[in-house]
Design a protein around this ligand. Sequence first.
Ligand code: RFL
Length: 397
Amino acid sequence: MPNLRTQVAIIGAGPAGLLLGLSLRASGVDSIIVEHSSADQVLGRVRAGVLEQSSAETLTRLGLGERMTAEGIRSDRIFLQAAGRRHHIDFGALIDRRVTLYGQQEIERDLLAAHERAGSAIYFDAEAVAVHDIEGGQPRVSFEHDGATHEITADFIVGADGIDGVCRRSIPRQEITLFDRAYPFAWLGVVAEVPPSTEGSIYALHDDGFAMLAPQSAHVSRLYLQVDPHELVANFSDARIWQELQLRLSTPGFTLVEGPILSKVITPMRALVASRLGYGHLFLIGDAGHVLPPTGAKGLNAAIGDVAILSAGLVAHFGGSDIRLAGYSDEALRRQWLMQQFAQWMTELLHRTPSSSILTAPAADFNYQSQLARIDYIGRSVHAQSSLAEQYTGLPF
Ligand code: RFL
């Protein structure tokens, strides 16, 4: 059985795990990454696409800025739309901050290329990944690879294994609480080979539900529709998708350009925060510790923020000081709850909540009228717009 030894064993080669490995390496801390999918599967997942200003700066500091700067879109605005009126939220003019629109799969491609250049140890297609002895001084990770059982002994294990990974579940149940919330709607997300019809993302509330248009590059746009969480992708032909998008995104004088749809996926809308992101010698980063509804575009940014905080803590630990590492969970959770309240606010502002046994039809209609008024207020108030801009582009604290 191959026995390996490293300072930090990382489970999961999503953006959080890959970025942590690179960040540690830049400070002379070694790691091994274990991933249960293949590299092609990792690169094939289409997900987030909005980078806060500080996330883009973190990636640039780690030498990942070249393609992002050349191919990503620096955007200084979004549009909020309701009742056929579109409000321009101009981050640049309001607070002089911006976001970068660059697909998560492109970031992962850049991260994997950087790891390849650096000769990092990454085990793709690992099976039966398990963590052991996280409370003791010699935590271990075991996994099957190429027909052989491997074991890694490490100083620390980092769970970067997403919402369904093994790491969070390895913390004893009595030691962790999960704050969990499911929304009664989902997103149908499509990637279309079509130049963006707008210079900034459009977030629209419509009688039929939420719709969004997000530029991704000069030739690619992402588009989203609120759908019932029990809907099947098969029920959405390209023609039906474009028809719904045209309806929900329409305003006088705006033309939504149509084109070939490259992918379609339905994602349930969910929020989850673990009460702790560290236990013994195990730490959780990214979706392994918390999941955000995508409306605030924070999931990937939260992962990048976790990496920045944990990486600094681990580097300080190996340099002889434990204070930062001991504070990781509290600091990352404080930032996480700031992001959660914003994502919740955006989600509740922009989706039609279906009536249910809890929310009667008149109450659902009341909510909708109130949402329309809130968007009208944001359109009229520079203070409300500045607050939105500050939270969307990333809190500076
Ligand atoms: P990831 O990207 O889920 O990566 C986790 C990695 O761990 C691997 N893994 C394991 N490896 C070894 N052993 C095991 N037992 C393992 N179990 C899992 C997985 O194969 C995977 O490679 O988590 P990470 O790195 O924390 O990154 C977080 C982001 O991916 C996530 O926050 C965002 O993409 C969320 N999200 C979105 N966020 C946005 O801000 N805007 C969006 O538009 C947006 N769209 C999305 C999304 C997440 C989605 N998923 C997870 C359903 C759309 C989708 C479909």
